[in-house]
Design a protein around this ligand. Structure first.
Ligand code: ZN
Ligand code: ZN
Length: 891
């Protein structure tokens, strides 16, 4: 029975319905397809710190497109969903929550605090999973994973213990980035470097037993209290005479050695460098090389500790800085102070300025693993898209330091190391050992630190498939296929997953990495909380539906470009709403489908294409269709999502709706049942196949329409993805119809420009030398008159222009449309003159605005740009109207 679609497209009526239907029918779980090959994606697990943002919107849409596409191509597809416990980040969120209640972490026991974090984590986790469902993500929910759940914890413990036993994990005193607010070590890449306006203090250090001074420069004068040496470049002749001498550290009166080291840049400052081994990573290395003393001067909160002279103890680092400088000035030991812009490291989670700190930490040896990870990409076992990210990847891996994996936090995987309370022997174990293996003592204590959050996420591609057990899932789905991720976690995550895969699975974790662009506002600024320019993807779904969100994102973005989006907070605002692109397309699909379906009657029978006698327009649309399908396949294979989206859109909107659907009307209303049935068969075929091609990008609307077409399968999701059919490629039909459409376009253009009322029929004269076109137009005269609302058509060589005609031309033909009696020429002339005056006024106004210095200097850049483009638009409108006026005046 033919069905009818509701009059208007309303995604709310069916999006949730279809999602539930797909889930209920288990369509997201892997099925054997005709390819006998797997296609697997593991989701980059969103952090349970909050709900999803637009970056997730883009990232997960792309993953779903790939999964749906490959499923329809006959692969055994699996998309593993999950979330990340996000150690430091989630702990911070909860600490901020507590601060609102005037409480802090240390008001709780460790267990109680963790309980509290779990509650927050699970709350966010639920919202995140709901959001992924809203977006249409076809994840296999039976395999949902969390980086801190039991299975993933087993994997983490195994990896730690194995690496420890192999000697690849070690504990060491080391200089680490320390956040004085979070009270934890941070990995190098957890530190954000920001240029700040600071100062450079030049301090005089007296040389012992002489009147000489050495001048050192520093941006952190308070750290001088921890200095244990002064260094020069080994080739610096200026300071040769200081060899073997001692320096007296002011304020502390410590005697310090002079050292010579190639690290020191003789051209920087005075060429003399103070050395603070416990509070600067470079000085740490020098301190090791020259066996200097390591003096820690800060507490965990960056207050001065008991290793500094009494008067400074207990001061915060910045208060201490002031006091130190004051005291040095009193002693006349400040040579000068200069303004100095330099990079300051901040905690990536709480933005507190970090302090390098010498402390006990756990490390993973990285060099060997990094070398293997470089090879995997160099040997093309893994490919990066876009390719430019390879360079960034190599650069980091080739300069890698050991990975500091201990964090002084409570939320996370606790380090599986147990210390004997008697002899302090270390045991790496899954559970608390019964007794010390060295001394037999039966009281042991677990290390209090937790592991860096990435220590669980780097195992994600195989821990989610059941590792360390040798599961069927691992056999079927590992290595996974494509990883879709934002480029900002290329080191944190992508590189480390490659290392972990090679180390623990002896195989790469994925074949391909697709790096998405950044999501920005219309002014090109990154979306951020502090700017308040973020867009909530779920508000977009609320207003436009998930299909419009998905289509817009992939249609706008290109592989090398970031994504610029606008979305007014207020529904009725006149600001740009980028997502209307998606809504408009969805409406177009809806209305065209609705029109086709309205013409299907009970006695309709679908005829196969090869049983239909095709005319040239049928041949042309099939040729266009097969080209589109070929394009879409190639583009989806190569992750050019925008090209795939625009290729479908342009085919459907322009070729199919604008031309073919119009042309088919003469057949549908021909009164001949066979002609009508054939025409509808072709229309339905192309509609259905185009819906299939579009399904990965717009899953809901395509399912809704598909289910209403005659004879649907269970779901469009499990239909075969359309493939090209070279038989249908028809260059001849494309050229001929191309000429024909261009001619009709000229006629329609004149109708529009000359304001010909829609109900007025016109006479058309076409002057052309092109025999093909003449022939073609004569055969299809009826169609031309139908498409142009024409009364008569004359097409020939050497026609002369009748008096009172409007003219249009392209490189093939000239069109004459006599306007006498069609429009009131006098009236049209005066209308145009008025219109020109009006636009002229707007033009003047805009022009004087742009000449006004006050406006130019005060208005924001984007407002000025907008004004400039308005001016251009006025200008071209005036030109066009003047041309039209010219034509009329010549009549
Ligand atoms: Zn912090
Ligand atoms: Zn012991």
């Amino acid at each position: 029975m033919p069905k009818e679609l509701p009059k208007t497209y309303n995604p709310k009526e069916f999006e949730d319905k279809w999602y539930d239907f797909w889930r209920d029918n288990k369509l997201f779980s892997p099925k054997e397809g005709k390819k006998n090959e797997s296609f697997t994606i593991v989701i980059p697990p969103p952090n349970v710190t909050s709900i999803l943002h637009m970056g997730h919107g883009l990232n997960n849409t792309i993953q779903d497109i790939l999964i749906r596409y490959k499923r329809m191509c006959g692969y055994r597809t699996l998309w593993v969903p999950g979330t990340d416990h996000a150690g430091i980040a989630t702990q911070n969120v909860v600490e901020r929550e507590l601060a609102q209640e005037d409480k802090k972490r240390t008001d709780f026991t460790r267990e109680k605090f963790i309980e509290r974090v779990w509650a927050t984590a699970l709350r966010h986790q639920k919202s995140i999973l709901d959001q992924l469902k809203k977006m249409g993500c076809s994840c296999d929910w039976d395999r949902n994973a969390f980086t801190l759940d039991e299975k993933r914890s087993e994997a983490v413990k195994k990896v730690f213990i194995d690496l420890y036993n192999k000697g690849k994990i070690y504990k060491s005193k080391y200089i680490v980035n320390w956040c004085p607010r979070c009270n934890t070590a941070l990995a190098d890449d957890e530190v954000d470097h920001r240029d700040k306006e600071g100062k450079l203090w030049y301090i005089k250090y007296p040389v012992k037993d002489s009147n000489e001074y050495i001048i050192v420069a520093t941006t952190r004068p308070e750290t001088m209290l921890g200095d244990t040496g002064v260094a020069f470049n080994d080739n610096d002749k200026r300071y040769k005479n200081l060899k073997g001498k001692k320096i007296i550290l002011p304020l502390v009166n410590r005697e310090m050695p002079v050292i010579f080291d190639s690290f020191v840049d003789p051209a920087f400052g005075t060429g003399a460098v103070k050395v603070t081994p416990a509070h600067d990573p470079n000085d740490f290395d020098m301190g090791k090389r020259h066996d200097l003393e390591f003096i820690n001067i800060f507490t965990e909160d960056a207050m001065m500790n008991d290793n500094v002279p009494e008067k400074y103890r207990g001061l915060d680092r910045y208060e201490c800085r002031k006091k130190v400088v004051e005291d040095l000035e009193k002693l006349g030991l400040i040579e000068k102070i200069e303004k100095h812009k330099h990079a300051v490291g901040e905690c990536y989670r709480c933005k507190t300025v970090i302090e390098p700190r010498y402390s006990d930490q756990w490390f993973v040896k990285m060099k060997e693993m990094a070398d293997e990870a470089v090879k995997a990409v160099k040997n093309r076992k893994i490919t990066f898209l876009p390719k430019r990210w390879e360079k960034v990847y190599y650069n980091w891996l080739e300069n890698i330091r050991d990975w500091c994996i201990s964090r002084q936090l409570w939320w996370g995987h606790r380090i599986p190391i147990y210390y004997c309370n008697k002899c302090n022997n270390k045991h790496a174990a899954y559970e608390m050992p019964g007794s010390c293996e060295k001394c037999g003592h039966n009281e042991l204590t677990q290390d209090t630190d937790v592991l860096d959050t990435w220590f669980s996420s780097w195992l994600w591609p195989f821990s989610t498939l059941g590792w360390p057990e040798n599961t069927d899932d691992l056999k079927k789905f590992y290595p996974t296929s494509t990883l879709v991720t934002a480029p900002d976690i290329i080191f944190f995550w992508v590189a480390r997953m490659i290392m972990a895969g090679l180390e623990f699975m002896n195989d790469i974790p994925f074949n391909r990495v697709f790096f998405t662009g950044m999501v920005m506002d219309l002014q090109g600024r990154k979306m951020s909380k502090s700017l308040g320019n973020g867009i909530d993807p779920f508000e977009v779904i609320e207003r436009h539906g998930a299909d419009a969100l998905r289509y817009t994102m992939v249609a706008i973005v290109s592989p090398n470009q970031n994504l610029k989006l606008g979305f007014p907070k207020d529904k009725n605002s006149s600001e740009i709403d980028s997502f209307e692109i998606g809504t408009k397309f969805a409406n177009k699909i809806w209305n065209a489908s609705r029109y086709i379906m309205m013409n299907i009657t009970d006695d309709f029978k679908q005829v196969p294409i090869d049983k239909i006698e095709l005319d040239i327009f049928d041949k042309w649309i099939l040729s266009q269709f097969t080209r589109m399908v070929d394009d879409v396949n190639k583009n989806l294979e190569n992750a050019r999502f925008n090209d795939a989206a625009t290729s479908i859109q342009s085919f459907f909107w322009h070729s199919f709706c604008d031309w073919y659907l119009e042309l088919s009307k003469s057949k549908i209303f021909s009164g001949n049942e066979k002609i009508k049935n054939d025409a509808l068969s072709l229309l339905l075929f192309i509609l259905r196949e185009t819906l299939k091609a579009l399904h990965p990008i717009m899953p809901f609307i395509t399912e809704e329409i598909y289910q209403n077409l005659p004879d649907p399968k269970i779901s469009i999701m499990i239909e075969d993805f359309p493939q090209k059919n070279d038989k249908w490629k028809n260059k001849d039909a494309e050229i001929k119809t191309g000429k024909f459409f261009n001619m009709i376009y000229l006629v329609r253009n004149i109708r529009g420009e000359m304001n010909v009322p829609p109900d007025k029929k016109i006479d058309i004269l076409v002057n052309t030398e092109d025999a093909d076109l003449i022939n073609f137009a004569k055969i299809n005269e009826k169609d031309i008159l139908f498409l142009t609302k024409g009364e008569s058509l004359v097409i020939d060589t050497s026609l002369t222009k009748p008096a009172g005609s409007a003219v249009g031309a392209n490189d093939l033909c000239e069109i004459y449309i006599p306007l006498e009696g069609i429009i009131d020429i006098e009236k049209e002339i005066s209308r145009l003159e008025k219109e020109i005056q009006k636009v002229q006024k707007d033009f003047e106004k805009s022009k004087s605005k742009l000449e006004n210095n006050n406006f130019i200097s005060r208005a924001p850049k984007d407002v000025i740009e907008k004004e400039k483009s308005k001016l251009k638009e006025f200008e071209s409108t005036i030109e066009k109207l003047n041309n039209n006026l010219d034509i009329l005046n010549k009549i």
